[in-house]
Design a protein around this ligand. Structure first.
Ligand code: C2E
Ligand code: MG
Ligand code: MG
Ligand code: MG
Length: 290
């Protein structure tokens, strides 16, 4: 497919490029009405604790069911929304929907955090704190259960006010996490100054962890870095038992990926969370002794 060619870095044919740009303009044209037409929905992926041996939280991931093109992945439309000034209304819908669905999930006494991905553009628009506050008030979700995930690109914007906004979210009681850590630009010097409590290690690290000792060593040093900075480290993209075992041996306690669970609609979460099989985070022998 066009997408696969682009992703693999293979030069797309002229025809494929035309097709790709036609799809892009089609998506850009249809996106503005997508919220109102009810074409967006949220799915939730579990994050488990190796020591707790249970699901500790879920990450909210947006989906667009296009009536003719079918499911469109967020990587195809978040960027469009950012370019077209639609990201703030889209994020507001995501925040309101995810906090409301999560509030229902924890109403019965489940102790689970909710991760929501935020665009740096929303931070730059200076209304993120206000929008988060409104979502928490509207849903009744306690602030400490909300984790706001920002990507490394926040580091590239050398703007102190962005960091101040993140600090304000922490002051509200929310958790702030740095997503896709290690995927692109990372300034280690800057990391120490970031008001974040959680590092989400990009799945690029995890994919070679069980076959390449150098990758394992690198992941071990990210886990140590997190410990030094007082941040929890979550491994993303844990797909196999073998990866899980190396991660736990390296002291990585928080795990997310298809091995732990695929993203599912809110209605399926109670069964996933309450019926979670602790063997998925390894046997007691696989859990590193602190
Ligand atoms: P992310 O925040 O890093 O989310 C994790 C992505 O990895 C998700 O892709 C998830 O489905 C996928 N994933 C989880 N486990 C595995 C695994 O074991 N193997 C592999 N290969 N993939 C796994 P998804 O849902 O397509 O989302 C892609 C990205 O789009 C997210 O990356 C996030 O940056 C962005 N995104 C998703 N929802 C939202 C949203 O509501 N707002 C904003 N601004 N961005 C969003
Ligand atoms: Mg994320
Ligand atoms: Mg990520
Ligand atoms: Mg990502």
């Amino acid at each position: 497919t066009v997408k696969a060619q682009g992703k693999n870095g293979v030069r797309a044919s002229g025809e494929a490029l035309v097709e790709e740009s036609a799809r892009r303009s089609r998506l850009a044209r249809d996106l503005p009405g997508a919220i109102a037409r009810g074409e967006l929905r949220m799915v939730y992926q579990p994050v488990a604790g190796a020591e707790e041996r249970r699901v500790l939280g879920v990450e909210a991931l947006v989906r667009w069911d296009h009536p003719e093109l079918g499911p469109v992945p967020p990587e195809e439309f978040i960027g469009l929304a950012e370019d077209d000034g639609l990201i703030v209304p889209l994020q507001r819908w995501v925040l309101a929907t995810a906090t409301a669905e999560h509030a229902r999930l924890v109403a019965g006494g489940r102790d689970l955090k909710l991760g929501v991905n935020i665009s740096v553009r929303h931070l730059q628009a200076r209304c993120l704190v206000e929008d988060v506050t409104r979502a928490l008030e509207g849903s009744g979700l306690p602030a400490h259960l909300l984790m706001v995930e920002v990507t490394e690109s926040v580091l590239m914007d050398d703007d102190e006010r962005l960091l101040a906004e993140l600090a304000e979210l922490s002051a509200l009681g929310c958790v702030v996490s740095l997503d896709d850590f290690g995927k692109g630009y990372s300034s280690l010097a800057y990391l120490a100054r970031l008001p974040v409590q959680v590092l989400k290690m990009d799945r690029g690290f995890v994919s070679g962890i069980d076959t390449d000792p150098r990758v394992a060593a690198l992941v071990g040093s990210v886990v140590d870095l997190g410990r030094t900075l007082g941040m929890d480290v979550v491994a993303e993209g844990v797909e196999t038992r073998a990866q899980l075992e190396v991660l736990t041996a390296l002291g990585c306690r928080f795990l997310q990926g298809w091995h732990i669970g695929r993203p599912v609609p809110a209605a399926d979460l109670p069964a996933r969370v309450d019926g979670f099989d602790p063997a998925l985070v390894g046997g007691p022998e696989a859990v590193a002794v602190p």
